[in-house]
Design a protein around this ligand. Sequence first.
Ligand SMILES: C[S@@+](CC[C@H](N)C(=O)[O-])C[C@H]1O[C@@H](n2cnc3c(N)ncnc32)[C@H](O)[C@@H]1O
Length: 257
Amino acid sequence: MTRRRRWRRRRAADPPSATAALDPRVRAQLEHHLARGAPSGWFDAAYRLCRDEGVGLPWLHAAPHPYLLDWLAQPLTTPPGPRAVVVGCGLGDDAQAVAEAGYEVTAFDVAPTAVTWAAERAPAVARWRTADLLALPEDLQGAFDLVVEVHTVPWLPGVVRDAAMAAVGGLARAGGVVVAITLLAGQQADLTTDQGPPWPQAPSELATYRTAELVRVALEHPGPAAGPVFEARLTFQRPHGTPPRGGGLPLAPAPHT
Ligand SMILES: C[S@@+](CC[C@H](N)C(=O)[O-])C[C@H]1O[C@@H](n2cnc3c(N)ncnc32)[C@H](O)[C@@H]1O
């Protein structure tokens, strides 16, 4: 069965569109925290509004990201061991998928409410932790064979993005593999009028991953037909492991931003 056909089948079961605007109460929290220089501070308030008042959050799909499922089924390069970490794990659907693929999973998020909720949903699948990617505890650094990051970086403002990408890469041990799913801005995108978050990443930004000494194995995306802004899957590896491969396959658009 081809990669494209499998995605098409999954798409029928995908959750509803994730493009809904942020609820005004969530946006008020975002603006409050951004104005105070706390770019990740609003997420816990958002999860509390979701849990306590039923406010929808556009990134919650109650399902793993289809590009991650595809990667786990057919890894582009094999991680050197079983230890995996999921960054910005939210309610834990991606962590569950990584655990089901056979990894020993640590999953962390800056929002304690999300971590508690994720642990309630699936207590046994991961070591659930509250931790800040921008101030990583020492025991997490360089500790993992597989690092998974799905839509955390594009939800952070530009001022901390370099630090965030470097921290994602810094979780991988030598030979470790990083899989990052993000939103990319194509040439037609007008970033000056973008009302993020998410704030799509310019392809030039991705060079920052090199500061964590990562080598790019693949950059996969559906291509210009998907529109000015599209999801992309990046695979990196720290040197001294499986030799990186060039290229990468075209991805079908995933209704999961
Ligand atoms: C847009 S949500 C995506 C959640 C999840 N990865 C998914 O795809 O459903 C971004 C997540 O990153 C978390 N986050 C934001 N800043 C963070 C930081 N500095 N450290 C760890 N997690 C962070 C948020 O709490 C939120 O759960």
